[in-house]
Ligand binder design. Structure first.
Ligand code: MG
Length: 368
């Protein structure tokens, strides 16, 4: 997208966690001032490739936290996975950079703090998550009108229609087969458990200033309607298209403009029926847990998120089963102390405590 609109965009900094090859290739293409490789182990490889081109090369989480404050940056696209995205996003907001947010966990963990700080600094947060981008696109032209409710669509993931007893023994490979979207491992597992939708409910609360009763989830297996807004006159606006993450990314960077592109177009006759179902909260308990966390507020969504990150990691290593994930999360939500008005330090502490607790729970199961 940036390659096709080089007169509108200039890449200042590129970062990657451990994919040095892709970072080097992209840096050669876009010629940023600097790059950061999160994992120090790849520093030399990246340095040797890019230093001769006059591109500064940094490594590690600290470099990531400070690079987002660099002069010359107007907007930061945060696309790290999980809790790791929190600190760099906060730093970027403090430095007054506009945010294109793909890291939903940041708002799940500390939505109140992030949105308050962004407001103080005059920073806009543009959603990259496809559902939230859809809602944002529906709101264009209607920002002054009250939202009655939003309807987040969910594909239902690879296990849609399955009951609990059919899910006890599913394998990691089965859970990683998402029907419509091709994504990283963590978010793909979150989609299979519907935690992804739960995190998105919390993300939507903060992005659009809603009460949790105003956020509804509908399963829509074709993933053509990316989400909807219902206004106070009952009118519903939906944003549609083929599932392609490039569009929400492009809109976050180009808003209020829409840039011409050659992405594949949607044809109604290829999808003569668009269908809708109620989410199965008994089978996909993570979605109920997310609503419960949102209801209790404070640090509870932070507990939910940290426990989920540990549970997903353990599932990916085949150390726990698919149905064990909500058990880990629910136990942590009951065990970690509730803080009603957390500071950043409280969130850091809650995250740390919850991870320890979640690991203890998982280890205790292995003994029995
Ligand atoms: Mg999404």
């Amino acid at each position: 997208m940036i390659a096709n609109n080089s007169e509108s965009f200039e890449v200042e900094v590129l970062t990657a966690h451990s994919n040095a090859k892709l970072l080097i290739a992209q840096a050669m293409k876009f010629g940023p001032n600097a790059v950061v490789i999160g994992d120090d182990a790849h520093y030399h490889e990246v340095f040797e490739a890019l230093d001769p081109m006059g591109i500064k090369v940094y490594a590690g989480a600290k470099a990531l936290n400070s690079i987002v404050e660099m002069d010359g940056i107007e907007m930061v696209l945060t696309a790290m996975v999980g809790y790791a995205g929190l600190q760099p996003t906060i730093n970027a907001i403090h430095a007054g950079k506009q945010i294109a947010l793909a890291n939903k966990e940041t708002l799940v963990i500390a939505g109140d703090l992030i949105t308050k700080t962004a407001k103080e600094k005059g920073v806009n947060i543009y959603p990259v998550d496809s559902e939230h981008s859809a809602i944002f696109q529906c709101l264009v032209g209607d920002f002054h009108n009250k939202i009655e409710k939003i309807i987040l669509t969910a594909s239902g993931g690879p296990f849609r229609g399955k009951k609990r007893n059919e899910l006890a023994d599913v394998t990691v490979a089965e859970a990683l087969k998402h029907p419509n979207w091709n994504m990283g491992a963590k978010i793909t597992i979150d989609s299979a458990t519907m935690m992804n939708k739960g995190l998105e409910v919390i993300e939507a609360k903060w992005l659009f200033g809603l009460e949790h009763k105003q956020i509804e989830v509908v399963v829509h297996p074709q993933s053509i309607i990316h989400s909807m807004v219902q206004f106070e006159d009952g009118s519903i606006k939906a944003q549609m298209g083929l599932p392609d993450m490039r569009l929400p990314i492009q809109f976050a960077l180009s808003y209020p403009e829409r840039l011409k592109n050659d992405f594949t177009r949607f044809h109604f006759m290829d999808y003569p029926s668009l269908t809708f179902e109620q989410p199965d909260l008994l089978t996909f308990r993570n979605l109920s847990l997310a609503y419960a966390a949102l209801g209790s507020g404070g640090n509870m969504p932070c507990i939910l998120n940290a426990a989920n990150e540990i549970a997903v990691e353990a599932f990916l290593q085949s150390r726990i089963g698919f149905l064990d994930m909500p058990e880990v999360i629910e136990s942590c939500m009951g065990a970690i102390g509730h803080v009603s008005n957390p500071t950043l330090d409280d969130y850091v502490e809650t995250d740390k405590e919850t991870r320890i607790k979640a690991k203890e729970i998982i280890d205790s199961w292995k003994v029995h």
